[in-house]
Design a protein around this ligand. Structure first.
Ligand SMILES: *Cc1c(COP(=O)(O)O)cnc(C)c1O
Ligand SMILES: [Zn+2]
Length: 422
């Protein structure tokens, strides 16, 4: 087919985009959207495309949206790719970059998928949208849905969502349901509700339109570097984002825009690592983790819905997957903030934590171009910091006690505070 269409990742059946489906009607497995590479190669002038501002919609011709006048956008994408020289020299990596997805409108990469997903929801005539979420999907969905004038419902695991994310979903006006279960259970319910009630549109990352928006992460990184990375290191929860990035790199390669594809490295928390465990055992299937546990709530997922896509990304790219402990995650969060001025949420620090292990194992070498994805902003989860870090000192409100605290020498003449405002 020489136009955008669905294909099943298992049985290969294809379906036109005019069908409103979330999974393969034949075998039930995940769908992906096939991009007409040959047509686009002829039709798209990438020189002209790259003159547009860096953003998700710079890549509009590579996205499956028909009516561009309906696009719901809050200016997502175009996030910084930061060359981390101080952290890099500590680790012995000269070309270490962090793609800071916390710079997106609601503070996480989820916005890339949501701008496309909500636009699709309008195209299919939905009036309400729903998702299960560990937090960021809910925050993002609620924002885009508000902009589109749709009703939003989000299911979150009771008590296991970071405060900042909950505050966002509340203020954007979503109907929020806490369920007495974990994320995996919430997702199962949402899927069931959407299969029975076609008027509610599902916006978890099983929805391939979200993956389409998220794949622009890979295009952007290549455009910012003017080449492909050698290694692309990314936290893995429900496994949509690693699948999306791999799709993006593969398409850019097939379109002749990069010379090679990076190795994909998935990072999971020790207590929620079904993908890393499968890769360690060179397996083609995963064993779900029944009670996932980690401080990094965004990747506290035991049954990643896109596991099959993620394993393919890792194996096809000849990459790897590994785990990091909660302690390593928190250390990495602090180091990234102190050396590079980047405050990321715990899940986003997982790739930074992985760097040390990968370098020590000689998996990475000094000259490699390494990109770590910082998936979400640190202010999403300020509790972690205020709970675990030392509280600031409290002193009397006078100059001498501050000077004593700072270890400054006593001065002979007191300097008077200027009386006139300048
Ligand atoms: C959603 C999310 C992840 C996990 O992404 P998946 O696509 O579910 O693998 C990681 N970090 C943050 C901050 C997230 O919001
Ligand atoms: Zn199928």
């Amino acid at each position: 087919m020489n136009e955008f269409h669905f294909s099943c990742i298992e049985c290969g059946a294809t379906f036109p985009l005019s069908e409103n489906i979330y999974s393969c009607p034949k075998c039930g497995d995940l769908l992906q959207i096939e991009v007409p590479i040959g047509e686009l190669k002829d039709a798209v002038d990438f020189k002209i495309l790259r003159r547009l501002p860096l953003s998700v919609w710079r890549y509009a011709p590579l996205l499956p949206i028909i009516d561009h006048s309906k696009i719901i956008t809050l200016h997502e994408g175009g996030t910084g790719l930061h060359h981390c020289r101080r952290l890099g020299s500590l680790l012995g990596l000269e070309h270490l970059y962090v793609k800071n997805e916390g710079e997106n409108p609601t503070g996480s990469f989820k916005d890339r998928g949501m701008t496309v997903g909500i636009t699709r929801a309008l195209e299919v005539g939905a009036r309400s949208v729903i998702c299960a979420s560990t937090g960021n999907t809910a925050a993002s969905l609620a924002a885009y849905s508000a902009k589109a004038g749709l009703e939003t419902v989000v299911l979150i695991p009771s008590g296991k969502i970071a405060y900042g994310k909950l505050a966002q979903a509340i203020v954007y006006g979503a109907r929020i349901v806490q369920i007495k279960g974990n994320f995996d259970e919430a997702l199962k319910i949402v899927f069931e509700v959407c299969s029975r009630n076609r008027e509610i549109y599902l916006l978890n990352s099983v929805n391939p339109f979200r993956i389409e928006g998220q794949k622009t992460l890979a295009y952007e990184v290549c455009d910012q570097l003017n080449r492909q990375p050698d290694y692309f290191i990314i936290p893995v929860g429900n496994a949509g984002n690693i699948s999306a990035a791999w799709k993006g790199f593969t398409e850019y390669y097939n379109l002749g825009q990069i010379e090679a594809k990076p190795k994909m490295v998935g990072v999971q928390a020790e207590g929620a690592a079904p993908i890393a465990e499968a890769v360690a055992k060179k397996r083609l299937t995963i064993e779900p983790v029944k009670k996932p546990e980690t401080i990094a709530t965004a990747i506290r997922i035991g049954m990643p819905v896109s596991w099959k896509k993620a394993l393919r990304a890792i194996y096809e790219s000849e990459g790897t997957a590994l785990t990091v402990s909660d302690e390593e995650i928190l250390d990495a969060q602090s180091i990234l903030a102190r050396l590079e001025g980047l405050f990321v949420e715990p899940a986003s620090a997982a790739p930074i934590a992985a760097l040390k292990k990968l370098k020590e194992a000689d998996y990475l070498s000094r000259d490699d171009v390494v990109v770590c994805v910082a998936t979400g902003h640190g202010l999403k989860d300020p509790d972690i910091v205020t709970r675990l870090y030392e509280k600031p000192v409290e002193l009397e409100a006078d100059v001498s006690s501050i000077e004593r605290f700072l270890g400054l020498a006593k001065r002979e003449v007191a300097v008077e505070f200027p009386k006139t405002a300048c």
